[in-house]
Design a protein around this ligand. Structure first.
Ligand code: GDP
Ligand code: MN
Length: 435
């Protein structure tokens, strides 16, 4: 969950960091009458995305007329596709230096990473590319709750060396770094970032911008925090920019789903590879089948097989949820083949096969894209499932002609996966021109 700048700043304020005084959050110019304002002020568009400065979402105003004009114009803007509903008015601070500071986790190792640079205020990725020596980075291997002073000192030393204007602000810088780290740990954030952290003309260190992304998995523990900054903990506000459209869709329907491809909406498929979507029974099997698809692909198909997603139906999914899981992958532009499996447990094979067949019949009548499906089902309600499956194949053979489900333990999944991939490549070569 990504927070708005004014919310993130309130959190930073609670942890002892200095923030500009917030005057108001407004949605229109009429609301300005309720506040007495001392100018100059910053007018900032509240959208859940960065780069607002360049897009016209950050302006300074010297008086009330200017404020009204800027707000009216700003409300018409859209910043990277986000419309602006709320605008923050806050004290403008005189800047003499801009610093970049963040605490985040490495997505691959989950280690905590602190990044600092005296070249703040600009796109930090750009600085990292052009002038990597201007960036200080520290990996915190032990998940300590408080940042040791010596590490903060190291960062301060680097910053002061890069920008002599920071001399004299060492202590404030040090406490800011430690506070940001504490905030990151305490609110269980994925990232806490200040860009720019400014040094004012009177040598104060102030967070002029703030980005906090909370970990959705720990939100339930953060209810008091959310309430304290005015967020309804049940509202589950999400930054849609963080999720792919498929992840967002699955989230709304109510099952865990992850895209393994970057930006799957505009993903360019490699022609000689087969992209496999996975509808497993549970999470563990979901993880296993990702590995197994890669394994079978490496062994028999020159590594040309790519699993595209993780998903988990959860225990005892409803008929419509099962259907939605298949719809999601058949709507996914990357999918060439779907591998599925049921291992009973608390989920019913009967519901599974009915949901699956429902999705195929539905797509067939609506002339939507159909994808070959290979899988196996064993376990709970298998007899009923088998009976339904046989009957369905007799009644509507057409929509089910590319549905290949092994009923019972006649084959191990590795062989089912291999059969599916072989078939997928065969189909792909047949209608290679169409795809
Ligand atoms: P972003 O572009 O979405 O990251 O928005 P920021 O909040 O970082 O604002 C962009 C730029 O506006 C900053 O890098 C600063 O240069 C400037 N800015 C933001 N707040 C203030 C302020 O209080 N005073 C002054 N003078 N400039 C500010
Ligand atoms: Mn910024």
């Amino acid at each position: 969950m990504r927070l708005y700048e004014y919310e993130a700043k309130q959190i930073f304020g609670k942890f002892g960091m200095r923030i500009p005084q917030q005057i108001a959050i407004v949605e229109n110019i009429e609301q300005l009458d309720d506040f007495s304002i001392s100018f100059p002020i910053m007018i900032k568009a509240m959208v859940l995305i960065g780069g607002r400065g360049k897009a016209g979402g950050i302006k300074k105003a010297k008086n009330i007329d200017e404020t009204k004009t800027i707000i009216s114009e700003m409300l018409k803007l859209s910043i990277h596709g986000y419309s602006i509903e709320k605008i923050l008015l806050e004290e403008a601070v005189n800047i003499s230096s801009e610093i970049y500071l963040s605490v985040t986790t490495d997505p691959a190792t989950f280690d905590i990473v602190i990044v600092a640079s005296a070249s703040g205020g600009v796109d930090i990725e750009e600085v990292a590319r052009q002038n990597p020596e201007k960036i200080w980075k520290k990996i915190i291997l032990e998940n300590v709750k408080e940042l040791p002073g010596i590490i903060a000192d190291e960062a301060v030393e680097f910053l002061v060396k890069s920008d002599s204007n920071l001399m004299g602000s060492e202590n404030q810088l040090k406490t800011t770094i430690q506070s940001l780290y504490s905030a990151f740990q305490t609110v269980e954030a994925k990232i806490c970032e200040i860009n720019p952290l400014i040094v004012s003309e009177d040598k104060n260190i102030i967070a002029a911008d703030a980005k906090v992304v909370l970990d959705d998995n720990s939100l339930y523990r953060q209810e008091p925090l959310l309430k304290s900054i005015g967020i309804d903990p049940r509202s589950k506000r999400h930054d849609i920019s963080e999720q792919t459209i498929f992840e967002d869709k699955a989230y709304r329907i109510g099952f865990p789903y992850l895209d393994l491809l970057d930006e799957p909406e505009k993903f360019e498929k490699e022609k000689d590879k087969l992209y496999v979507g996975l509808v497993p029974g549970g999470a563990g099997y979901g993880i296993f089948s990702i590995d197994e698809v890669v394994n079978v692909g490496n062994r028999y198909f020159n590594g040309k097989v790519v699993p595209i997603n993780f998903m988990d139906s959860g225990g005892g999914p409803s008929l419509s949820k099962v259907a939605d899981m298949f719809h999601l992958l058949m709507d996914h532009p990357a999918t060439d083949l779907i591998i599925t499996s049921r291992f009973g447990g608390i989920s019913s094979c009967d519901i599974f096969i009915r949901g699956l067949i429902m999705s195929l019949r539905d797509r067939y009548t609506k002339r939507k894209r159909m994808i070959p499906i290979f899988g196996r089902m064993v376990g709970t309600d298998l007899a009923a499932a088998r009976e339904y499956f046989e009957k369905a194949k007799r009644e509507t053979p057409e929509p089910l002609k590319d549905l290949h489900i092994v009923v019972g333990n006649k084959k191990i999944m590795a062989d089912v996966i291999k059969d599916g991939i072989e078939y997928g490549f065969k189909i792909k070569s047949q209608d290679g021109i169409k795809r």
